[in-house]
Structure formats: C-alpha cells, structure tokens
Ligand binder design. Structure first.
Ligand SMILES: Cc1cc2nc3c(=O)[nH]c(=O)nc-3n(C[C@H](O)[C@H](O)[C@H](O)COP(=O)(O)O)c2cc1C
Length: 273
C-alpha cells in the first residue's frame, strides 16, 4: 500500500514533508495554495511553493475562476518548480472560501471542476482532486460526490469521507468507498486512517494508495510503523523535525504548529471544526 501525506495548512511545509518522506511516506502535498495569490505574486503565497529538495511533492491549489487558473498555467515556468503532480482542493469548509464558490462548494459544480481540471492538465502533470462527500448532509445524501467522479476526468480522486459540516469527532464514513470504486476511477481514501487494520480494510477493497493527515501530525513515524517498522518516540521525531526545520527553513508559524501538535490529537478549528 502506498501512503500519502495529506495537505495540512500551517503544517506540511518542506521540513515536515521531508520528515514524513524519510519515515516512508510515498507522496506528500503542500498545504492548499490560493491561485489568486500566486498570480498576484503575493509573497506569503509564493513562499508556500517551497519544493526545496527531492521529497516527492504534489502542489495543492485552491482555484475557482478558470481565467485565473489559465493565467497560472501560462506563467507556470516562472515559478521554477517541478512537482510530482497537482491537486485541486474541493474540500475546504471555510465560509470565506465557500461563499466565493470555492473549496467544498465546488463538489456539486461538476462542470466547473471538469473545466478547472482540463486547464491544469495542460501542464502535463497528473491532476487529482481532493473532495469531501458534499458541502452538507443533504449533498451527501444526494451523492454529489458520485456525480463528480463520473463527470470529471481527473487522474485520481482523493476522498475525505466526511461532508464539510462534520466535526472531527464524527467518524469518517468508509461505507461510501465501494460505490466510489464501482465508477472505476482511481480512488484514494482519506479520513481516520491510522492503523494496520485500517490499511488491511482498504487493501481488501483493491485500494493501492491511502492518505493520512492527523495521525502523521501526531507522529510522522506512522509511515514507518504502517510499513512494518517500529515507529519512533515523540522525542526523537521532534529532534529530527527541528534539524530539518533549520535545514529547510520553516516559518515560525509552521514550526510552532508542528511542535505543539507532535504527540497530541490535532484540533484545527478551520479544517475539522
Ligand atoms: C491542521 C490541518 C490542516 C489541514 N489543511 C488542509 C489543506 O490545506 N488542504 C486540504 O485539502 N485539507 C486540509 N486538511 C484536511 C486533511 O488533509 C485531511 O483531509 C483530514 O484531516 C482528514 O484526514 P485524517 O483523518 O487522516 O486527518 C487539514 C487538516 C488539518 C488537521
């Protein structure tokens, strides 16, 4: 089973991604990066494109307007990065993003998503989308995620198995994966995956890649553990992180977040309210 590190705002910068890669993550992602900020050459947005070494990294983008994504594609050479792939964020539950029709509001807008995917594909990198099961319970009930799977021609669909109004203590709904797999699209499950038993559950379904978020924030050596190794103590992991955060300078915000989360359950107000 290939193990992917989830995009994690304020956490998954170069140092953290490298640490996870060293512990066995097969693919990692940047946090969600706003395309508007990139094309406006906003300094703090550009800083998130921190692909500083050979850690396999996908760039996650937040895009809503096709013309802005087109501009990014036209100017792509100027960013001087060579990611493994791109991912479009269709899961952000933030009201400021949703009100503009972005993030989780895009799940039901299949035509728009299909258009955004086609624009990004022009760069000739694999393009995946990361979705939730809908913006709310009603959308989940209507199975908007299935319509999206059927109508969008992305290379892979990462599915965080909750709708965008759910809180982190509500269990992810893994029962949806069978019908998602029946679409014959490439599916990458996400949400509450943290043990060897969980991996086995998905393996039996024929899944070849899964994505891990909070369990890796708690202890990045989870990747080693899930690949049959021993895993390492929070103390040792912290030491390795500090050294990587110096080698690939992490902003104080990322450093503080990671150091305060290691060894603990993560509660992010924005992502998992
Ligand atoms: C601190 C934090 C930051 C997150 N940032 C992002 C992000 O930038 N983009 C995104 O698609 N999901 C983001 N998420 C959601 C995770 O990628 C993942 O979908 C979610 O945590 C469920 O997986 P898990 O149960 O393995 O944590 C974030 C989650 C957390 C806890």
């Amino acid at each position: 089973m290939k193990l992917w590190l989830a995009p994690l705002e304020g956490v998954s910068d170069c140092a953290f991604r490298t640490l996870c890669y060293q512990y066995g993550a097969d693919l990692t992602f940047t946090e969600m990066i706003r395309v508007d900020g990139l094309v406006k050459r906003n300094k703090s947005t550009l800083a998130l494109l921190d692909l500083k070494n050979d850690t396999p990294t996908g760039v996650q983008l937040l895009a809503v307007k096709p013309e802005i994504l087109k501009k990014f594609v036209q100017e792509f050479f100027s960013y001087s990065i060579d990611p493994v792939c791109f991912n479009l964020n269709l899961g952000c539950p933030s009201p400021d993003v949703v009100v503009q029709g972005g993030g989780a509001a895009l799940i039901k807008r299949t035509k728009r998503v299909a258009e955004l995917v086609e624009i990004l594909k022009k760069l000739n990198y694999p393009v995946s989308v990361k979705i939730r099961l809908g913006l709310n319970a009603l959308e989940k009930e209507k199975k908007v995620y299935l319509s999206l799977l059927k109508e969008v021609d992305a290379d892979a669909f990462i599915i965080h198995a909750r709708h965008a109004r759910q809180k982190s203590f509500e269990a992810a709904d893994w029962t949806i994966f069978e019908e998602c797999l029946a679409t014959e699209k490439k599916i990458i499950p996400n949400g509450d995956i943290s043990t060897a038993e969980d991996i086995l559950f998905f393996k039996k379904m024929g899944i070849k890649e899964i994505m891990i978020g909070r369990a890796a924030v708690r202890n990045p050596s989870i990747f080693q553990l899930l690949k049959g190794g021993k895993g390492e103590s929070t103390g040792l992991v912290t030491k390795k992180y500090i050294s990587l955060a110096e080698k690939y300078p992490s902003s104080p915000k990322f450093r503080e977040n990671v150091l305060s989360y290691l060894g603990k359950e993560v509660h992010s107000k924005k992502w998992l309210m």
